[in-house]
Design a protein around this ligand. Structure first.
Ligand code: CTP
Length: 400
């Protein structure tokens, strides 16, 4: 999103205070951010707050402010995206019926930019047929309308009507401003660790946090792909719009992958799958006894190798990850050929700034013709986009 331009349009609802955080997040992502408010919105949050956060002049009054002569035309034509957050029932009705009676509604009427509408209101009001009809009209006119969240509302009721969290709005905005070059493609991504139980209170697992896999899922969604995420337990929230399958063990992950892999254009196995599991998970908690305890472990299924050996039947691109602490290149090359992959992404997990538990990564992408490409140290989101660029090129070149 860096370098993009957005306008946040704030209308007069209690959730206007959340728009301040939204503006802060855009600015932090180096997005040029301007704010237009309705005059009712200024009763909830002062324009000065948005001016301070965005570093730009805020417009809320069409006729009494400096420099507004043509701003209602130019603002919406010189920006990449307009985000109306919160969008009240009143503003939604005005947008649906072509009313321009203040700066924000007039600016939207003249806009050429994409428009994202984030409704927020009392749930009864939201479910009112006239509001629903107006939202349908906005969707028919190619505006993107986010579903409000559910929960307890400021008016002491429960139901749909909460403004989506600023982070969720940012994700949708990011997707709307990203080139949809993966649209029409289906991607399956595995992420996170698997956990193999010993007894009802203990398990064997690994240090994977799922951050790299979830970054791949976000990148795929932003670029228009339909994404299935098969994830072991993590503390991360799946991006909205993804088909999510939560699993625990390697056996469950295998089942979920096999159930979802048909018609996939790409499968990216970023999960750190346990290679062994306790032969048996005790029915009851294992009690402390002698000075040592032996645990018999048996191999789990190698999901990627199974997909690799079945691949003649499928044109799908198969990507693995290799987590290594030594001999990175030779170990990864061996896995690439043993598992029948198109590309393997090798991670040196002994580094502090790459691999497990970090927000950055530095990888080697190794292709089956022996070519190796080194990435610089980047955020996991950037690495994810780079990997998808390369997988897309492989897909376009045709996998053999
Ligand atoms: N993988 C898998 N099923 C397993 C083990 C691994 O599908 N039971 C996948 C991982 O998701 C990853 C790739 O195989 O994409 C390589 O995983 P890694 O743990 O690096 O290698 P292993 O094959 O498990 O070998 P080793 O642990 O000996 O390095």
């Amino acid at each position: 999103m860096k370098g993009k331009k957005v306008i946040v349009g704030v209308s007069g609802g209690i959730a206007a205070y959340k728009a301040a955080e939204l503006v802060r997040l855009f600015v932090r992502a180096d997005v040029h951010t301007r704010v237009a408010m309705t005059s009712n919105a200024t009763r909830f949050v002062g324009p000065l707050t948005f001016e301070a956060l965005s570093g730009n002049r805020v417009i809320w009054d069409m006729f009494h402010q400096e420099g507004t002569a043509l701003d209602h035309i130019t603002w919406g034509q010189e920006t990449d995206l307009i985000i109306i957050a919160p969008a009240t029932a009143n503003l939604i009705a005005k947008l649906a019926h072509g009313i321009g009676d203040d700066f924000l509604s007039t600016m939207v009427l003249a806009a050429t930019a994409r428009i994202l509408v984030c409704p927020s209101m009392n749930s009864q009001m939201f479910m009112n047929p006239s509001v629903q009809d107006n939202l349908r009209l906005l969707r028919e006119r190619a505006m993107t309308v986010m579903e409000p969240g559910e929960g307890s509302l400021a008016c002491h009721t429960e139901g749909p009507g909460r403004l989506p969290e600023p982070e969720e709005i940012i994700e949708v905005a990011r997707a709307l401003m990203t080139h949809q070059d993966l649209s029409g493609l289906k991607i399956l991504v595995t992420a996170g660790p698997t956990v193999e139980p010993m007894d009802p209170v203990r398990y064997i697992t690994n240090r994977s946090t799922g951050k790299m896999g979830y970054a791949l899922v976000r990148a795929g969604c932003q670029r228009g792909a339909s994404v299935v995420l098969v994830s072991g337990p993590t503390s991360l929230k799946p991006p909205s719009g993804v088909a999510f399958c939560g699993v625990k063990t390697a056996a469950e992950m295998r089942k979920a992958v096999l159930e979802n892999c048909s018609e996939c254009d790409m499968i990216i196995m970023a999960a750190a799958v346990s290679d062994y599991r306790p032969r048996q998970s005790a029915q009851q908690k294992i009690k402390k006894g002698g000075d040592s305890l032996s645990l018999e472990m048996v191999k789990t299924p190698d999901i990627l190798a199974e997909l690799g050996s079945a691949r003649k039947e499928s044109p799908c691109i198969l990507i693995g990850f290799a987590a290594e602490t030594e001999d990175l290149l030779s170990n990864a090359k061996e896995k690439l050929s043993a598992k029948g992959l198109d590309m393997i992404v090798a991670n040196d997990v002994s580094r502090n700034d790459a691999g497990f538990e970090t927000d950055t990564n530095k990888v080697k992408m190794i292709y089956k013709d022996g070519q190796v490409e080194d990435s610089p140290l980047m955020s996991k989101d950037e690495v994810a986009h780079l990997i998808l660029d390369r997988v897309k090129a492989l897909l376009e070149g045709g996998a053999s």
